[in-house]
Every structure is written in C-alpha cells, then in structure tokens.
Design a protein around this ligand. Structure first.
Ligand code: KIV
Ligand code: ZN
Length: 535
C-alpha cells in the first residue's frame, strides 16, 4: 500500500523525523473550534492543550490569533504551557495576521506559523478576486515574511484538492522557495476520495521533487463525504508525513479527520501502513470526553474508537464469540484506548486509596486536593446509588473539572425542591448562595427543569441564552446518574458545562449554575462594571 515511502523518509526534511513516524498535528483548538457552536473557554483550551501535549501529539494548532482577543490570549497561554509539542498559530497571507500570530507564539518552545492562501480556480476568482500570478506573489511575500520571524513555517494552499495540479505545483514551489518547511494539502471541502488523495500527493512529489528535501508534506482532510480519515491515510501511503486532525473529528461543517481514528488505524493496520504516530492511545478516551465536555458536543454512540458502543457487543452470537476469544469481534482492546471493561468497581464503603487507584487506571492522576474533593463526591454518590461504575467515577471527576475554579464560583446551588404533577405546571423553590448571600426564589414552568431554571433566573441577573440542553444517562438502570450538558451564550461568549446527579433536575440545575459561573467569570474579566449578579 505504501508508495516509495522509504526513499522519502531517507531524504531531506522528512528524515528529520524518525523513519516510519507520521506526525500528528492536532487542530481541535483551531479548526475544531470553528465547528458552529463549539467554542471553548480559555481554561478548557489550556486543559485540552496540556493533555494533547502529554499524550504525544507533535503539533498543536492552538488558534487563529488575529481572529479575536480571546484567540490571541489562548494561543499565547498555550505557547507558554506546552512542554513537548510544537505550538502553531494560523494566519492569512497578510503581514498583519502573521505578525499577530508570531506575537502570540514567540514564547513557545517550538513555535510554528501556519499561513495559507486559496489556490483553486473557484476560490481565486470568487473569494480572493485575484489572478493566479497575484496569488503566487502573495504566497512568496507571506511565507518569506513568516520565515523572517520564525524558522518553522507551514504553508497551505486552501482548497488544495480542487486546485489545478499544474498550478498547485507552482504554488508549492513558490512557498518552498520562500522558506516553508511544511507543505500541507488541505481537502478544504471534503471533496476528494482515497485514490485521488494519494494521487495528488504522488503527483506533487513528481512535479516538485525538491519538496522531499525541503519540507514535510501534510494532509488536512475534511469529512463532508465521510472519508476524511481514509483520505488522510491514503495521503500517507503516497508520502505525506503529517496528518492534521481533531479529537472526535470536530471541525468546520462535517468536521476534520478524527485523531483517534487516524492514530488507531496506524496502530492496528501497521501490516499495510508501516508507520506509527507518537500518540499514546491510552489517552484517547479521556481526550474525547474532555473535548465533548468543553464543547457540549456529544460523541455519537457508534463513533469509532471513542463512542459508548465502540466496544459493546449486543448480539448473542457476538457475545458468545467474545467469551471464547476477544479477538473474534474486537480488533483492538478497549484498554488500549483508555476504556475500562471492568464493570462494578466501587461501593460506598470503598476507601480513598481504592478510589485513587481506580481513577489512576482510568487515566486520572489526581493531586491531594482534587482527590479529597472527588472522595467527598464519591461518598455522596455512594449514598444515592448502590453500585458505582467506572462511568460514574469519570462523570464525577469531569464535573469537578468543569466547575469554575474547583467549585469556587460566585453562585452556589444550596437547595432545590420541585413539585410536578401530570397535566399541571411544575413548581420549584431554589435556594442559592450568591456572592456569599443566601437567597431563594420560586419558579413555575412547563416541567420541573423549566421551573427550576425560572427560579434560578429570578435570582441571578443574566442575558444568557440556552443554546443546548441535553440529558444522557451515565450508566444503565433506573438509579443511573443523569449527565446534563448545557451551553449558554451571552454577548457572543459561550459557556459550556455539565453536571451529573442521580436526580435529573438537580443535575440540570447544577449544570446551569456552573455555566452561569463561567459567564460571570468572563464578564468580570471583560466588563467588570456589569458584574453585579443579583436580579
Ligand atoms: O480546511 C482548510 O483549508 C483549512 C486551512 C486553513 C488549512 O483549515
Ligand atoms: Zn480545515
């Protein structure tokens, strides 16, 4: 399946990476965040970047610094915290964009500027309104400028797969002459198919043979036809050595190639694609949950690698096969990707040490304070629920992480009562502590959650619009915890939060209050004059 890969690896810039290695470039925080409604908070972005770094991602595209002050600050903070990976920022082909990206990135251990310009006839004519010669001049100017600031420069011909091959070669040659050392070929609109994806890379290497000496070839595939990962792997088979991808396949429209799928495909099918990534797959399930929680975008149950059902076997024939030999129906073990198969783990009498060890096995190495907090929650959960499963523990730790500064938000839920009767409007009474003051209110609504939210709104001044309200069950059974995810939008800022409880209405109220705390934290930073909360 591979195509003169070894000759590629033995030459030029590609040889700067170990033979047989494919670089993983994660763009969850840039392209992923461009997914409509998937904005993440500054804190969430930093937490995700730290995990990506820990799991062995090679390049983290942290944002588009000129897009907003928030993006700039996030890229700058990530540049400062990442220890191993290269940190990258996106810039259009203008000096202003590139300089802004550099200002955000310059504190990174290994900064990379990623600049791009459209090269397809459609984009050049209708989007840029430029002639091909003008596009080439702009490529030269922008890449040269980026190189004057930073040694590590990636260039992308936007809509690359719909670019005429001859012009693609010219554009790439220009970027190489100007000093680009990664050339990324984006399938911006998810249009290509695997054969063509490989053919584009193959032809590019033929047309621009110096590319192997001067640069690493990258592939960046969108998923509009559901082939992003397949197209990325096909590009690798033809000589690409960097896959651009996102956790859970997040991204514009139908998303990008999913990191977890690309990493596991490389690992499981080394026999036909003899390359490996530097990502430790045991982090994949955790990274997936972290991104789902930060964005409020749930992972579909049958999503490859990280979906709830990815390792579930329902039919009798499959279950029978699994009992005889796991290899009958599993091509990788769930443990490899950080999914535990142990069912019942702990009960209310389990101690702190058992909790710590179990969490460690699930990928959470908690410090003393976080462990104490988790232990208190665990005991409370043990009172409400007889059996505590791994999923319960994960929800418990993720909730704590989702809270504003370890639960130190300005609003705290103290008590909640609801009265709901079939055919009648529900009533609620909510007690909150707002900036240390106990306050209570009553609410009436179309159901218990609506009534509880009305009471909270009566006490807390905000214009936040509820963009998402979603309930899922953490485990099976009628005593299962409900996990509620909410997304609130106020003045263009989005706060996502989730909370779990055996009482669905309590989980909903906790998630709401937590999202409000995130909005207030933001308001305090950006408009302190409007930070009064009482309604
Ligand atoms: O899809 C795309 O073309 C991009 C570029 C900015 C690389 O995301
Ligand atoms: Zn993209």
């Amino acid at each position: 399946m591979t195509d003169s890969a070894s000759s590629h690896d033995s030459m030029g810039v590609a040889s700067a990476i170990p033979a047989g290695r494919v670089l993983i470039f994660d763009t969850t925080l840039r392209d992923g965040e461009q997914s409509p409604g998937a904005s993440m908070t500054h804190e969430d972005k930093c937490e995700i970047a730290a995990l990506l770094d820990e799991m062995g991602v090679d390049v983290i595209e942290a944002g588009f610094p000129i897009a907003s002050e928030g993006d700039f600050e996030a890229v700058k903070a990530i540049a400062g915290l990442v220890k191993r990976a290269s940190v990258c920022g996106l810039a259009r082909a203008s000096k202003k964009d590139i300089l802004r990206a550099w200002e955000a990135l310059e504190g990174a251990r290994n900064p990379r500027i990623h600049t791009f310009l459209s090269t397809s006839p459609l984009h050049m004519k209708h989007k840029l309104n430029l002639e091909p010669e003008q596009v080439l001049a702009k490529i030269h100017e922008s890449v040269s400028y980026a190189r004057s600031l930073c040694d590590n420069v990636q260039w992308s011909p936007e809509d690359g797969t719909r670019t005429e091959r001859e012009f693609l070669a010219k554009a790439v040659r220009t970027a190489l002459e100007a000093g680009a050392n990664t050339i990324n070929i984006p399938d911006t609109v998810g249009y290509t198919i695997p054969n063509e994806s490989a053919q584009i890379i193959r032809q590019l290497r033929e047309d621009v043979p110096e590319i192997d000496e001067k640069a690493i070839i990258a592939t960046h595939c969108h998923n509009d036809l559901g082939m992003a990962v397949a197209n990325s792997l096909a590009a690798v088979s033809a000589g690409a050595r960097q896959i651009e991808c996102t956790i859970n396949g997040l991204g514009e429209r139908a998303g990008n190639a999913a990191l977890e799928e690309a990493v596991m495909a490389l690992r499981v099918r080394r026999d036909v694609l003899p390359y490996e990534s530097g990502v430790d797959p045991v982090y994949l399930a955790r990274a997936s949950r972290m991104v789902a929680n930060a964005t409020g975008f749930p992972v579909q149950y049958n999503k490859a690698i990280v979906g709830k059902n990815a390792f579930a076997h329902e039919s009798g024939i499959h279950q029978d096969g699994m009992l005889k030999h796991a290899g009958t129906y599993e091509i990788m073990t769930p443990e490899t990707v950080g999914v535990s198969k142990t069912n019942l783990v702990l009960g209310k009498h389990s101690g702190r040490h058992a909790l710590k060890e179990r969490l460690k096995e699930l990928g959470y190495d908690l410090g003393d304070n976080a462990l104490q907090d988790a232990f208190v929650r665990f005991k409370a959960l043990g009172d409400a629920k007889r059996e505590i499963f791994d999923e319960d523990l994960i929800a418990l730790v993720d909730d704590a992480a989702s809270e504003v500064e370890g639960g130190e938000g300005r609003v705290k839920l103290i008590d909640l009562q609801v009265e709901s009767r079939m055919g009648q409007r529900a009533k609620s009474r909510v007690v909150l502590e707002i900036d240390g003051q106990r306050q209570e209110a009553e609410g009436e609504g179309d159901g218990p959650v609506d009534a509880a939210y009305k009471a909270v709104k009566a006490l807390v001044k905000h214009q936040g619009k509820l963009q998402l309200f979603q309930v899922t069950s953490v485990t099976g059974g009628t005593d299962a915890q409900a996990e509620v995810s909410v997304r609130l939008e106020e003045g263009g800022y989005i706060a996502a939060s989730q909370a779990a409880d055996t009482d669905t209405v309590v989980a909903a109220a906790k998630a709401y209050v937590n999202a409000l705390n995130k909005l207030f934290l933001r308001r305090q930073k950006t408009a302190p004059e409007s930070s009064a909360l009482a309604g």
